[in-house]
Design a protein around this ligand. Structure first.
Ligand code: DGL
Length: 265
């Protein structure tokens, strides 16, 4: 039974948060990690805010009991639905991730050009997102498109272009993709498809996400609290909705996703 706080908890509805863990392993390689995928309840993006909030509390509670020193909610949908509430309920640092609308609007300020925010349905519906856009997008240049299919594909480890590209083409069929200077990946599952998205937009379109910013924020937070341990080795314990992953094959599948990210990011 471990008693000392010796891990960073990273949490998502499924495997999307591995795109954040991937950056954490690069920026904070000397820490150890607990990765929690709520695969019993994925996709969060198609559920109500109240349901997602309940699941986030269950996951955070589980990780706190495992003595993590900090938690990253590596899910835009869960952050929007519950980050403020879980922060009030626990006294360890709890960080979140939000669609990178602000940097996108800064980069995106090119005459006649627009910004495309890709996220889950629930993220795009939430007040938090509407408030963010209302505050920052005074010229009304941001459009939001939900892509629930990408979450499904990722959970099935389906990265075959022949399957994914037709879905994306259909999802974007009403849009002129040449008008976008910046695309925001506002769901942590989406960087896993960056190579395919890149094929659909002009070469000069920037495709950005908040994962590096979130991990830098985690680093700053832990440094401030002198809580970085520097005694780890990037070891990862995986849990699926509270059940430890013991199957080596499953763990290997996750490492293959890191290899995929290495190739495409
Ligand atoms: N990966 C999650 C996000 O960043 C959501 C995926 C889902 O469960 O719908 O929003």
């Amino acid at each position: 039974m471990m008693t000392e706080k010796n891990k960073i908890g990273i949490f998502d509805s499924g495997i999307g948060g591995l795109t954040v863990l991937y950056q954490a392993l690069k920026i904070l390689p000397d820490e150890d990690y607990l990765y929690y995928a709520d695969t019993k309840h994925v996709p969060y993006g198609e559920k109500s805010k109240a349901e997602v909030k309940k699941y986030v509390f269950e996951a955070v509670d589980f990780m706190v009991k495992k003595n993590v020193q900090a938690i990253v909610i590596a899910c835009n949908t869960a952050t929007g639905a519950a980050a403020d509430d879980v922060r009030k309920a626990y006294n360890i640092p709890i960080l979140g991730i939000e669609p990178a609308v602000k940097p996108a609007l800064e980069i995106g300020q090119r005459p006649g050009k627009r910004v495309l925010v890709l996220a889950t349905r629930l993220t795009l519906q939430q007040d938090r997102y509407h408030q963010l856009v209302a505050r920052l997008d005074s010229d009304h240049i941001a459009d939001g498109v939900p892509l629930p299919g990408l979450v499904e594909f990722a959970e099935k480890f389906q990265f075959d272009e022949k399957v994914v590209l037709p879905y994306l083409t259909r999802a974007f069929s009403g849009l002129d993709l040449n008008q976008y200077s910046t695309v925001v990946l506002g769901c942590t599952h989406f960087p896993l498809f960056k190579d395919m998205l890149q094929k659909l937009f002009p070469a000069q379109t920037a495709i950005i996400d908040g994962s590096v910013g979130t991990v830098k924020n985690l680093k700053r937070t832990l440094e401030r609290r002198q809580a970085l341990l520097h005694t780890g080795s990037g070891a990862i314990e995986y849990y699926l909705s509270g059940v430890k992953v013991e199957d080596e094959k499953k763990v290997q599948q996750y490492s293959q996703l890191f290899d995929r990210l290495n190739r495409i990011l």
